[in-house]
Design a protein around this ligand. Structure first.
Ligand code: PRX
Length: 650
């Protein structure tokens, strides 16, 4: 599947799937007309709409103003006092949900643990006290580098409870990447585990933390969950076992009354230039939109078992494994490991075993399931499912149809949800009881969200014309800034088209007003639904002693969406070899993590540049994809470079 054919097949897409009437009859939002009324209400007076919705949350003190918009800085629910941990836990304790399962967790080896809301509350209070004893105060940052285990959710909720700002770092990132993230936010404490299980192997986390903390002066303590039981070196006075600390603390810890705009978390994501950006989310607005989208988009009911397969290291896990579902009082299934361990039917066997009702996963996973063959899902009873979702990248219509037929048995609506780390919550999406879906389209905006498609000059384009996806109005769960770099925040998101949020995606809108996302239009690569900046991979390569210059581009990939191709020029005294090729790929893994490993490295004498010295990535993309260059080359400084690259291809 190339991006180009994807867009073409999308253009031909005529199929339309109305919501099943029996689904709509029981849904929170039951018809298109009802949804349109909500959209119209929100459009006419967005502040009144969001304020009405905010009544669903628990407030210690209600807000004075709904929105203060001083572009590009927003303050939502100013004057309000609130706590997310309280909203996700305490408020359920005075209801029948007290003894309802909040989390059902399954480890990769197969063991399970269940926490009721009451039990989760106790664990969170205890860990909040542990953090306080470790000297963590309101406003301090805590790094969480953990497998997908309940203690990760507990740590997040404990931070939120005392007003500490968490920074979850995906367990697949290397220690070098962890160093940058800890230092950027000056984290005081790191919470980790000995390791986690992935495809039967231990992913060693504590060892990576040991490496990292040599270079992170802000860290005073490291708290370690015993997960795998592997041997660990615990440094006296710095390293503590989670289970030891949890034994010594009180079981109660009042939730702090925090300002609406109190920093809740930082989550790093890749951008077009330089190092990853620390996206900052704050409390009340984030919670409101995570809460409301979970309820409406997943049509969440109390009796549902809800499973979002995302790792909590990504924003999807923050909003749709932890905060959104728990604030709705849902029962969340969490799974630690790989979808194909021990066999490629792990997900389907878990759906059958736990009787999962709502299933939210990524197109890259769906493409892998298709490749592994229908026999795996067909072996299992999937009749408990009533709703399916996807997120992370465009889903090609054929993968959508497979999901619809083979998993949903043509019975379950599919919600294809577009959003970003920066948006904090779902922005463009079907509402399953109301929106007729078209395979490959995220359909229409959530009420209160105002996307558009524009030219670089800020002019809206007509139906079926491609352009830049933008958001014209502030929304409650929007990022507030880039941690420590407000200039970059302004420049990156709000100045490409003055005063309008620039998402970095290309899109078009069809004559029915449905949005079709075409993918990133900047130097960000979406590999298996994970964002990587070409600049980051390039700087990892250039940090190797043999490399003079590197340019990284995406190449369409059947399974991962995009593969990574690196063009590398070597320092004079070095020459290309297979050994060096392997070494450079391993070097990128060490600097960033396995997800950034280039699929291919091409050694070249020179890179194609413009007269002003800018690398012409577009040409490299063409060469990496088709082997030739058909596009405009008039700005190229040295044509012989192109000839050489073509020759190297042959
Ligand atoms: O390119 C879009 C793609 O993923 C990007 C956001 O990545 P990230 O911040 O890592 O968050 C992923 C999970 C929310 C977007 O700019 N993307 C996300 N969802 C979709 C999508 N592309 C098409 N369709 C989607 N449903």
């Amino acid at each position: 599947m190339s991006t180009v054919t994807n867009i073409e097949s999308v253009l031909q897409e005529k199929r339309i799937f109305p919501p099943p009437p029996e689904f709509s009859a029981k849904a929170h939002i039951q018809s298109e007309a009802e949804l349109e009324r909500l959209r119209a209400e929100a459009h006419a007076d967005p502040e009144a709409f969001w304020a009405r919705m905010a009544e669903e949350l628990h407030w210690f003190k209600k807000w004075d103003t709904v929105l203060k918009w001083d572009p590009p800085h927003a303050e939502w629910f100013g004057g309000g006092l609130i706590n997310i941990s309280y909203n996700c836990l305490d408020r359920h304790l005075s209801t029948w949900r007290r003894n309802k399962a909040a989390l059902i967790w399954e480890g990769e080896p197969g063991e399970t643990r269940t926490y009721t809301y009451q039990q989760l509350h106790t664990e969170v209070c205890k860990f909040a006290n542990v953090l306080k004893h470790a000297g963590v105060m309101r406003g301090d940052r805590v790094a969480l580098y953990m497998p997908l285990i309940p203690e990760l959710a507990i740590s997040m909720l404990a931070c939120a409870r005392i007003g500490a700002t968490h920074s979850v770092v995906f367990g697949g990132f290397s220690s070098a990447a962890l160093i940058d993230r800890i230092n950027d936010a000056s984290c005081k404490v790191v919470v980790t585990a000995d390791g986690g299980w992935r495809r039967g192997k231990e992913v060693k986390l504590k060892a990576a933390v040991d490496e990292a903390v040599k270079e992170t002066p802000s860290v005073t303590a490291c708290i370690v969950v015993r997960r795998t039981g592997s041997q660990q070196e615990m440094q006296d006075g710095r390293d503590f076992w989670w289970h030891d600390l949890m034994e010594t603390v009180e079981t109660d810890c009042a939730a702090e009354e925090l300002d609406s705009e109190h920093p809740l978390y930082i989550l790093y994501t890749s951008g077009t230039t330089g190092k990853p950006k620390g996206i900052l989310h704050t409390t009340a607005g984030y919670l409101l939109q995570a809460h409301l989208t979970t309820k409406w988009v997943f049509d969440l009911k109390d009796e549902d078992l809800y499973w979002c397969t995302a790792d909590i290291g990504w924003v999807t896990g923050h909003s749709y494994v932890v905060y959104g579902p728990l604030s709705n009082g849902a029962t969340v299934l969490m799974y630690e490991g790989a979808p194909n361990f021990p066999e490629p039917d792990r997900f389907w066997s878990m759906i059958e075993k736990h009787r999962v009702n709502i299933f939210y996963t990524a197109p890259t996973a769906i493409r892998a399931f298709i490749k592994w063959g229908d026999s795996w899902p067909l072996k299992h009873d999937l009749s408990s499912l009533r709703l399916l979702g996807t997120v992370g990248e465009p889903i090609n219509p054929e993968a959508w149809m497979w999901y619809h037929r083979t998993i949903g048995k043509e019975r379950c609506p599919i919600v294809d949800t577009w959003w970003q780390t920066e948006t904090g919550a779902i922005m463009i999406t079907p509402i399953p009881g109301a929106t007729p879906t078209k395979p490959g389209s995220g359909t229409k905006p959530f009420p209160g969200i105002e996307p558009d498609i524009m030219t670089r000059e800020g002019k809206s384009v007509g139906p079926n014309e491609g352009g830049y996806l933008v958001l014209k109005r502030p929304w409650p769960s929007m990022l507030r800034t880039i941690w420590g770099d407000d200039e970059r925040y302004k420049q990156q998101y709000w100045s490409q088209i003055d005063g309008i949020y620039f998402a970095g995606d290309g899109a078009r809108r069809d004559p029915d007003g449905y949005f079709w996302i075409m993918g990133r239009i900047d130097d960000v690569i979406n590999v298996s639904g994970h964002r990587l900046g070409t600049a980051e991979i390039e700087s990892a390569l250039v940090s190797h002693a043999t490399v003079a210059e590197a340019a990284v581009v995406a190449r369409p990939d059947e399974l991962k969406g995009s593969g990574i191709v690196a063009f590398v020029t070597l320092e004079g005294s070095h020459s290309p070899s297979e050994a060096l090729n392997q070494e450079l790929r391993a070097h990128v893994v060490k600097e960033i993590g396995a997800l950034a490993r280039p699929d291919e490295i091409r050694f070249t004498d020179a890179l194609p540049k413009t007269r002003s010295g800018k690398i012409m990535r577009r040409l490299l993309r063409e060469i990496a994809t088709s082997g030739t260059v058909a596009g405009d080359v008039t700005t190229l400084e040295d044509f012989s470079v192109l000839e050489k690259l073509r020759a190297e291809e042959e």
